[in-house]
Design a protein around this ligand. Structure first.
Ligand code: SAM
Length: 333
């Protein structure tokens, strides 16, 4: 494996390393044009599993179209749209079931090097597994104070602790973690805060619907997370070493929904309680939707694949119990 890292005898933050590994134009995991997600790739998300997720989102969108008094244009902004599967399924569903919403909809997929956030957004900003793919700082608590974990890059990569690289880190730590445990490691996702602040500047009114792996303060404390929540994936396997194959594996960090909510509070937004993806699907008519699928022949022998994909989305303890949904309202009275 060639050493593709551009640094020698240098100390860098983990955030810079993660940014390079995922988004370097030449070597980044997500900028690799050959990269495939889904069953043949390294991981799959809810959107690859079954369109029921997109159909649910279509109803949420149609509901808020009325709450927003049918704006024109009606923005549907997808952050980290990836291959655009969610957008495709969602628009098809809107066209079929909510044609008046479809007619007004302006779908804007945003990717690292494609798409631009509109100004004066009125509508719905949504994302699936976007915020957990943003580069994070890593800190370790020593004597009740956070210290940044830097990477010393020589022939090998080693971790060294030092002063914080960004003055916003202590505030993020206070907002995100009720207890700071001595020697424990934490991720700090300042880019998430920046994205939310940017959205605030650009949004006239609407909602931000975030679906992602993550936690709030109470659930973080329930688990022993001495080494934080960093996860790497390669060929559907969890890889524990983020330095193993830079650019060849996905690196993620769970989303701190408490910080997401508190950032919204400071911007004057209101936030619904954090729920699981299963609760979200149920709240928005999963049972009715399954009934419809049944009538459309879900149990026919030729729809075995479809049934299995639906099952893997809904199996107890699976992706719909792990993924969380946060709905934030921006200037929506
Ligand atoms: C885990 S993938 C999820 C893709 C898709 N939403 C899905 O559910 O399959 C995360 C996506 O976010 C994109 N992304 C990361 N940072 C971004 C940024 N700053 N702006 C736009 N997209 C970004 C990545 O390129 C990647 O496609």
């Amino acid at each position: 494996m060639p050493n593709i890292l551009p640094w020698r005898h240098e100390q860098i933050t983990f955030e810079r390393f993660m940014d390079f590994c995922l988004y370097d134009p030449e070597h980044g995991y997500y900028t690799d044009k050959e990269r495939v997600l889904g069953a043949r790739g390294d991981f799959y998300t809810s959107v690859h599993t079954h369109p029921v997720f997109a159909h649910t989102l279509a109803d949420v969108i149609a509901h808020h179209f009325e709450i927003l008094s049918q704006p024109k244009p009606f923005h549907l902004v997808e952050l980290g749209a990836g291959e655009g599967i969610l957008g495709r399924d969602l628009l098809a569903r809107l066209q079929e079931c909510h044609p008046h919403v479809f007619e007004r909809a302006s779908y804007v997929p945003i990717e690292v090097s494609a798409g631009e956030l509109p100004d004066r957004i009125q509508g719905v900003v949504f994302s699936n597994e976007f915020f957990d793919a943003l580069p994070v700082h890593r800190v370790c608590v020593r004597g009740s104070e956070p210290r940044e974990i830097y990477l010393q890059i020589n022939d090998q990569i080693s971790e060294v602790e030092g002063n914080l690289s960004d003055s916003r880190i202590p505030e993020y730590m206070k907002e995100g973690f009720e207890v700071w445990r001595e020697g424990h490691q934490y991720e700090v996702n300042l880019r998430m805060v920046e994205v939310l602040e940017d959205l605030d500047r650009r949004m006239d009114s609407g909602i931000i619907l975030t679906v992602d792996y993550g936690y709030d303060g109470a659930s973080y404390e329930k688990e022993d997370r001495a080494e934080g929540t960093l996860m790497c994936y390669r060929q559907h396997q969890v890889v524990s070493d983020p330095f193993a194959v830079p650019g060849q594996q996905d690196i993620t960090a769970h989303v701190n929904f408490q910080v997401m909510q508190k950032t919204g509070d400071k911007l004057g937004w209101t936030t619904d309680p954090l729920i699981t993806q299963r609760e979200f699907l149920l709240d928005w008519g999963l049972e009715k939707r399954l009934g419809e699928e049944e009538e459309l022949g879900l149990f026919n022998p030729d729809r075995m694949d479809d049934r299995l994909r639906l099952k893997s989305l809904l199996v107890p303890g699976g992706i719909s119990d792990t993924m969380k949904v946060l709905l934030q309202k921006v200037r929506l009275d």
